[in-house]
Design a binder for this molecule. Structure first.
Ligand code: ADP
Length: 264
């Protein structure tokens, strides 16, 4: 055989023991990547074998947020992913030159995703998290085709406008027949240091609205999994490549994220 046919995707086999979660959002900048890396770190901290696919072609930031310094290496015909905090990571950013924007079109993205899933040596993973680009684009449909059993996690802010877009992103799973594992509301409130007063900078209720809307449109229970507060340390820790759940596990944001990781 010419060796040209596609390799199998191990996670797509019926007997695969790996849970796959695709993390989706409607808009960019709502904290989808921050949530992904902190969930991954919390899951690894619980002793799970975790991998992350950074498929956010426009905003691939997972390697920086996880402090990945290495590059993928090739061993025979497999790609060995770099590891950080015990998490195996592969990113579209690892296959571009410098900080060049990725201008791949749909079919190329599909190919890249397929290779990330089939040609990367993941080993026996308990959990694979996929950071999708924002919106209901080609990648979400590719994930559904390549890994029909992947479950969707929807990240939104409390804001009405963001929630509407997030609900659309989640609703695509109705067409692809994927399960939505739940909604995570990020940037839910800010706690004033000293007084402990909560300020809802971006409004309230967006996460619950998305969960309720999806529950109704999909005809299956979609829970609100948690509300992550705004915390400057979450951004700082991401910038430093040290997920907050590991560097400052006692913060409210870490507690919420670790709680969600434990429930999944
Ligand atoms: P997305 O992946 O949705 O584009 P990011 O995870 O890149 O969003 O987050 C956007 C920016 O907001 C980043 O600078 C990140 O550090 C910051 N951020 C995300 N969540 C929070 C939060 N709960 N508190 C403070 N900053 C946050």
């Amino acid at each position: 055989k010419g060796g040209q046919e596609d390799k199998e995707i191990p996670f797509a086999k019926p007997n695969s023991l790996t849970k796959v979660y695709a993390v989706a959002s409607g808009k960019g900048g709502v904290g989808k990547s921050s949530v992904t890396v902190n969930l991954a770190a919390a899951m690894a901290d619980l002793g799970h074998k975790v991998g992350v696919v950074d498929a956010d072609i426009y905003g691939h930031s997972v390697p920086r947020m996880l402090g990945v310094s290495g590059h993928p290496t090739k061993v025979e015909d497999m790609i060995m992913p770099p590891t950080s905090h015990g998490i195996k990571v592969i990113s579209v950013g690892m296959f571009t030159q410098g900080n060049q924007p990725v201008v791949w079109r749909g079919p190329m993205l599909h190919r890249a995703l397929q290779q990330f899933l089939s040609d990367v040596f993941w080993g026996d993973l308990d959990i694979l998290l996929m950071d999708l680009p924002p919106g209901t684009g080609d990648i979400a449909i590719s994930v559904a085709q390549l890994l029909p059993s992947a479950e969707i996690l929807v990240v939104t802010t409390p804001q009405q406008a963001a929630a509407e877009v997030a609900e659309r992103a989640g609703a695509i799973s109705g067409q692809t027949h994927q399960r939505v594992a739940g909604v995570i509301e990020n940037m839910s409130y800010f706690v004033t240091p000293g007084t402990g007063e909560r300020t809802h900078l971006f409004g309230e209720g967006g996460g619950q609205r998305v969960a309720d809307g999806l529950t109704q449109s999909l005809g299956a229970q979609v829970p609100l999994l948690g509300q992550v507060p705004l915390d400057m340390r979450l951004r700082e820790s991401s910038d430093e490549g040290q997920p907050l759940v590991l560097s400052e596990p006692s913060t409210d944001a870490s507690q919420v994220l670790s709680g969600i990781a434990g429930d999944l």
